[in-house]
Design a protein around this ligand. Structure first.
Ligand SMILES: *[C@@H]1O[C@H](CO)[C@@H](O)[C@H](O)[C@H]1NC(C)=O
Ligand SMILES: *[C@@H]1O[C@H](CO)[C@@H](O)[C@H](O)[C@H]1NC(C)=O
Ligand SMILES: *[C@@H]1O[C@H](CO)[C@@H](O)[C@H](O)[C@H]1NC(C)=O
Ligand SMILES: *[C@@H]1O[C@H](CO)[C@@H](O)[C@H](O)[C@H]1NC(C)=O
Ligand SMILES: *[C@@H]1O[C@H](CO)[C@@H](O)[C@H](O)[C@H]1NC(C)=O
Ligand SMILES: *[C@@H]1O[C@H](CO)[C@@H](O)[C@H](O)[C@H]1NC(C)=O
Ligand SMILES: *[C@@H]1O[C@H](CO)[C@@H](O)[C@H](O)[C@H]1NC(C)=O
Ligand SMILES: *[C@@H]1O[C@H](CO)[C@@H](O)[C@H](O)[C@H]1NC(C)=O
Ligand SMILES: *[C@@H]1O[C@H](CO)[C@@H](O)[C@H](O)[C@H]1NC(C)=O
Length: 578
């Protein structure tokens, strides 16, 4: 990125004019340091530079010693020798290649894509470099006390902003074919809309070109939770329909720039989760009068309209693009065969996958149980909006880590629906990882920092059938994130004990076998992305929970393959149709 030094001062010298009340909630200023200008001095309008946004809302950030784009560190050939086999008897003398007996009735079809995923705020670091504006996550990590259990930030993360060439080279060295990453919206548009930061575009130009140079298919997500702070402070971000035009304008910039190089696009990542972040913590962002329990659904409404708008825009720019959003969730298994648990399962689908997938895959509208709730406060989609939303995912891109048993609330479903203070309202279904016998969990537990995650790979074939039968995606199903937090991995301090990760290795092997079974039974699965390319900032768990198929020493930013990386890649060596 050195050639773009020329642009470095662009935003420092061209502040934008914003209205005061929309951009600087007085409560936020009061909770930051009272520096040059306190809130009381703003009466009509104020000019804010990107630097001002950082100073007012985030404060100083950490940097790493590698702070320009570097050529890849050579990959030691010793690190590319597969690990000793974990569990394949018999053990031939000296054999170091996993000796899985091949099941001749399984195959991944030609054209199946397989790789790894990461996301901007979790891996890039360099948060203030080259004109990036702050996102809400810079505030959540820096300012909101205990929002992140470890007080970690994404300031440096995996330093991917400077070390991406090495990161892509390492993916290629494993024999993987796909790299899925997200763009930082506030790098490209430091205020979320308005002035474009050309340095950010040059950066992502090179990330994409480096993928192509190594024969890696780049897949790009526009929004992976790092909302430009300015949009949150101006109009409450996803809680306002103003986001639709801003997201569309952002999408126009990136589709125009990269449509000829990037075929696979994801508009937003896991709206169930990021809409669930609302209400954001009080006193750090612009206030809203929308009741807390309604906020996620207001967000979801604007997400659907933003996604649909971006989808049609992409198709108008290049009709051959594959455009979808990534949703998330696991298979929902009735805990017992009671009628109440069956109904709870349907409610769970409606309030999760169905929330976003029914409008886009089925009929442009919300599923029944969700609609019963949101019709009390959301405007119904007009026929025009329904037509605009329906059909706007080319594939069913699902982040599917685990599964849950579902049951009715203790008070019963009807009593819950009638009682807005029931903790399970408005979904009014309950979940558990424990079988009805009350003893075994659904599968091996992940790290205690991720209580939502147990291995549940034996449910994957049923889940894939359910997705295909329910949403009938025309371009098939992709598992766009899956993985497990190796239990207590963060407590291991010695490299050798970190690098062999048997729970994760087994997870990838059995998950991919489950997919092979489903493919054999006629489910159209088109690709998989392991989460994650390497250990990274696990949001509110900081760096204490590890999902990587590579370890990153955060002191040195050296990367190391874990055993699971070989387990994952080997499944494609064995089963990909030649
Ligand atoms: C924002 O709302 C909180 C309560 O959630 C209140 O304490 C605070 O005074 C409000 N701030 C402003 C600027 O209205
Ligand atoms: C980059 O890092 C070097 C040390 O490696 C340091 O001297 C320099 O000030 C840093 N530059 C910036 C812009 O942070
Ligand atoms: C995080 O910071 C808060 C506030 O400074 C402090 O109370 C808490 O103990 C810190 N947590 C950890 C894990 O360091
Ligand atoms: C449209 O996108 C595809 C990649 O999906 C690319 O191969 C093609 O060149 C693009 N078309 C134009 C006109 O740029
Ligand atoms: C929605 O689109 C699907 C195909 O994508 C189509 O089968 C269905 O009839 C459409 N539904 C409505 C209500 O238009
Ligand atoms: C949900 O299920 C758990 C048992 O897993 C139970 O302890 C809890 O009370 C239930 N919650 C409600 C609100 O029904
Ligand atoms: C509503 O739910 C709350 C919380 O579970 C409970 O304390 C209260 O008794 C319930 N009210 C009624 C009328 O059931
Ligand atoms: C990470 O790097 C530091 C600095 O070289 C070293 O002291 C530490 O042992 C390394 N950690 C591991 C797990 O290798
Ligand atoms: C091989 O695959 C078939 C089809 O999925 C399955 O029925 C069979 O159990 C598998 N065999 C072994 C040994 O796993």
């Amino acid at each position: 990125m050195s050639l773009s030094i020329l642009f470095a001062l662009l935003f420092a010298v061209s502040p934008v004019v914003v209205s005061q009340h929309a951009s600087v909630p007085s409560s936020t200023v009061a909770s930051t340091s009272q520096t040059s200008s306190g809130a009381s001095s703003f009466t009509t309008s104020v000019e804010l530079s990107v630097e001002d946004l950082w100073d007012l809302y985030v404060g100083p950030v950490s940097t790493f010693s590698i702070n320009t784009t570097v050529e890849p560190t050579p990959i030691p050939s010793s690190s590319l020798v597969p690990p000793p086999a974990l569990y394949y008897p018999p053990f031939p003398k000296g054999q170091q290649v996993p000796l899985q007996p091949k099941n001749e009735s399984w195959k991944f079809p030609k054209g199946f894509w397989y790789g790894v995923a990461g996301a901007a705020y979790q891996i890039e670091g360099a948060v203030k470099a080259e004109g990036r504006g702050p996102s809400i996550w810079d505030v959540l990590t820096h300012r909101v006390v205990n929002y992140v259990s470890t007080n970690d930030t994404g300031d440096i993360a995996d330093n991917n902003y400077y070390q991406y060439k090495e990161d892509i080279a390492r993916i290629a060295a494993l024999g993987l074919k796909t790299y899925s990453f997200s763009l930082s919206w506030s790098r490209i548009l430091p205020f979320g809309s308005g002035s474009i930061n050309e340095q950010a575009l040059l950066h992502y130009d090179d990330v994409i070109d480096t993928c192509l140079q190594y024969g890696i298919i780049p897949q790009v997500t526009l929004f992976h939770w790092d909302l430009p702070l300015f949009l949150q402070n101006t109009y409450n971000g996803w809680l306002s329909d103003k986001i639709i035009s801003d997201f569309t304008d952002y999408a126009r910039i990136v589709f125009n720039r990269w449509h000829s190089k990037v075929h696979y696009w994801f508009t937003v990542n896991e709206p169930i989760v990021f809409c669930g972040f609302y209400p954001l913590p009080a006193n750090y962002f612009k206030n809203t009068t929308i009741p807390p329990k309604q906020q996620p659904y207001v967000c979801g409404h604007n997400v659907l309209l933003s996604h649909a708008s971006a989808y049609h825009l992409a198709k108008s720019i290049n009709s051959s693009l594959s455009v979808s959003f990534k949703t998330n969730g696991g298979f929902k298994i009735p805990r017992t065969d009671s009628q109440a648990d069956a109904e709870a399962v349907q409610r769970a689908w409606d309030f999760n996958e169905g929330w976003f997938a029914n409008p886009t895959f089925i009929n442009g509208d919300y599923p029944t149980h969700l609609k019963d709730y949101v019709s009390g406060f959301l405007p119904a989609f007009t026929d025009k909006q329904k037509a605009q939303i329906n059909g706007t995912c080319d594939i069913f891109a699902h982040d599917a880590y685990t599964s849950d048993f579902i049951m009715a609330p203790d008070a019963g479903i009807d009593a819950c629906i009638a009682n807005t203070t029931n903790p399970l309202y408005p979904g009014c279904y309950n979940t558990t990882k424990v079988y009805a016998n009350g003893y075994w969990t659904i599968g091996a537990a992940g790290d205690p920092g991720t209580p939502w995650l147990n291995q549940a790979t034996d449910w994957v074939p049923s889940f894939l059938h359910y997705m295909q039968d329910t949403w009938k995606p025309r371009g098939g199903i992709a598992i766009t994130e899956f993985g497990i937090s190796e239990p207590y991995e963060e407590l291991r301090t010695n490299l050798a004990s970190i690098l062999i990760d048997p729970i994760r290795s087994n997870y990838y092997k059995s998950y991919l076998e489950a997919i092979l079974i489903a493919i054999g039974e006629g489910v159209n699965v088109v690709g998989t992305l392991a989460w994650s390319i390497y250990d990274n900032l696990e949001w509110s768990q900081g760096y204490s929970v590890k999902f990587g198929i590579q370890y990153v020493n955060l002191t040195t930013q050296e990367r190391y393959f874990k055993a699971s990386a070989f387990e994952y890649a080997n499944m494609f060596n064995v089963y990909l149709e030649k």
